[in-house]
Design a protein around this ligand. Structure first.
Ligand SMILES: [Zn+2]
Ligand SMILES: [Zn+2]
Length: 240
């Protein structure tokens, strides 16, 4: 959905794996909603190497062309949530990469095929996507391009919202849960401010403060920065 980032934050430590080289993450702000979609690969990946994709918004052409240009092979699309602006490009993606599976949190497993649930119906455009291939749960450790990524269930903006935390370098893809200086909208059906605030405080502000947070819209930020200065959800009370 059109989540417009407003303003800015910090946080302690949580589970870490062995340090590894930070992955290469390319961001694409797609379509009229300017949805940040991310193509991640190992640093220095070359033709024939795998990549994985977080979210696939409206008008995904520039992202698909770049994957093609680099010759990368997507091994999964992982959806931070299933609002229309994060899923509208999935059929175009599948047309280009028919074998690439689509993963989403179990709470939104039915949303890709239901324009009412994914909120496209209220925009009058009836967006759908393919049936997901795998349903995810909180705490799962995914292996993507050989790297461990933790699924953190961060509901509140939507019931099945997830953040993807790299276990090995301080980076997290946070969808529409947390923005640079703002938080996700909580006025949609299925949204709830208290749930969102709890997700941010318990699942994101507990990450190391240097963690780079890659949001679903707008510029990147850092967990530590948001925890100190985000005007909507403060980190003061967080004692993780
Ligand atoms: Zn959304
Ligand atoms: Zn969005």
């Amino acid at each position: 959905m059109p989540d417009v980032p407003n303003d800015h934050a910090a946080g302690p430590e949580s589970g870490r794996s062995e340090p590894s080289e930070p992955p290469e993450i390319r961001a694409f702000a797609l379509g009229p909603f300017q949805t940040n979609c991310y193509v991640t690969s190992r640093k220095g990946a070359s033709r024939g190497d795998p990549c994985w994709v977080a979210d696939c918004g409206v008008e995904p052409g520039i992202m698909l062309e770049e994957i093609d240009r680099l010759g990368l092979v997507p091994e999964a699309v992982v959806l931070t949530h299933a609002h229309l602006d994060h899923i509208a490009g999935l059929f175009a993606f599948r047309a280009r990469f028919p074998d690439c599976p689509i993963w989403i949190h179990e709470a939104e497993g039915a949303w890709l095929t239901d324009p009412n649930l994914n909120l496209s119906a209220r925009h009058g455009i009836e967006v759908t996507g393919p049936t997901p291939d795998r349903l995810l749960a909180d705490g799962e450790l995914l292996t993507l391009c050989g790297e461990p990524w933790e699924v953190r269930h961060t509901p509140g903006h939507s019931p099945g919202g997830i953040s993807l935390v790299h276990r090995g370098s301080p980076v997290a893809i946070v969808g529409d849960t947390l923005f640079n200086g703002s938080i996700g909208r909580h006025d949609f059906p299925g949204s709830d401010f208290e749930t969102l605030a709890r997700s941010i405080q318990e699942k994101l502000y507990t990450l190391p403060p240097e963690t780079v947070a890659l949001p679903g819209h707008g510029p990147v930020t850092q967990i530590g920065h948001e925890k100190l200065s985000n005007p909507f959800v403060r980190g003061d009370s967080v004692t993780a």
